[in-house]
Design a protein around this ligand. Structure first.
Ligand code: NI
Length: 139
């Protein structure tokens, strides 16, 4: 069990009011949990700054499967990066549009490369890499 330490933080009352309103809207019932989440989020961002960090992310892609050979190109790319793409879901949104969510694992720079490669494909209407963490380094 990790030791819990209490500490005081000094700040401008206006800034604290803004923070309190913000975390209230987000559903936090106390400042401590909000501050812990902000610190974790910052640490995860730092993990992604280190190219060699082992990371986890999701790449979301929206595309029209009827546009050119986009489906074939995306499948080919996913096979090419099969060591890093560990799972995927495909949703047929309507007659034309598809949504894919790929779960990717690997070094931060490799995941960024895969994401850039997939999202920049002609025919991808929108793409987003969500950078999260293996959780190993966080408490
Ligand atoms: Ni589809």
């Amino acid at each position: 069990m990790e030791k819990i330490i209490r500490f005081g933080v000094s700040m401008d009352s206006k800034l604290l009011n803004m923070f309190d309103r913000h975390i209230h809207k987000k559903g936090y019932t106390n400042r401590s949990e909000a501050i812990r989440d902000i610190i974790r989020d910052h640490l995860v961002s730092q993990e992604w700054m280190n190219a060699d960090s082992e990371t986890i992310g999701t790449i979301t892609l929206v595309y029209d499967h009827e546009k050119g050979d986009i489906s074939e190109r995306l499948i080919e790319s996913q096979h090419h990066y099969c060591d890093n793409i560990i799972s995927s879901i495909h949703v047929h949104l309507d007659k034309h549009n598809c949504l894919e969510v790929l779960v990717v694992r690997g070094k931060a720079n490799k995941i960024q490369e895969i994401s850039d490669h997939l999202i920049s494909n002609r025919g991808v209407k929108h793409g987003k890499l969500t950078m999260t963490t293996t959780g190993k380094k966080l408490v």
